[in-house]
Design a protein around this ligand. Structure first.
Ligand code: CUA
Length: 160
């Protein structure tokens, strides 16, 4: 891990980049599946008491789990991601969301989608031979429609 951080400093010259706010929360990548925040039953979009949505995803070689999440437009969204193996990237084109997903840490990013639509999310960090096929999608639906969708649909939206 240290070696990895040093490489960033040398490569970019931007000292702040070594402590991105999204990567300060440690988590044990070897026990993710055993329970806690990133257990399978907690993945996908969950409505918080304040009406916002929290989306939890796990990155691995070579997929995001879940590979599609359904969320509501015009709603505060918080993505929380972690990796079980190597460094992946999480990029949502046309938004402010672009973060590295580093094993051992939770990456957290906040955004909001004003309009419904389908956003394809490429893995944005080379992570091995399957990198170019590592995609996930976010389906942004109108608020009213999201309220009616089932928890299963929020984590396994139909491919389009
Ligand atoms: Cu995962 Cu590139």
């Amino acid at each position: 891990m240290l070696g990895f951080m040093m490489a960033i400093v040398v490569g970019s010259g931007i000292v702040n980049a070594i402590h991105p706010p999204s990567n300060v929360e440690p988590i044990d990548p070897t026990t993710l599946h055993l329970g806690g925040e990133f257990a399978e039953s907690n993945l996908g979009a969950i409505r918080e008491a304040d009406g916002s949505l929290t989306v939890r995803m796990v990155a691995d070689q070579y997929a995001f789990v879940p590979d599609c999440v359904e969320i509501a437009a015009d709603t505060p969204i918080k993505f929380r991601l972690t990796s079980i193996d190597v460094v992946h990237g999480f990029l949502l084109p046309a938004t402010n969301v672009n973060t590295m997903v580093v094993p051992g840490f939770v990456a957290e990013v906040r955004t909001r989608f004003e309009r419904p639509g389908v956003y394809r999310m490429p893995c944005n960090e080379f992570c091995g031979p399957g990198h170019h096929g590592m995609w996930a999608r976010v389906n942004v639906v109108p608020k009213e429609q999201f309220g009616a969708s089932t928890p299963a649909r929020r984590t396994a939206c139909a491919q389009q």
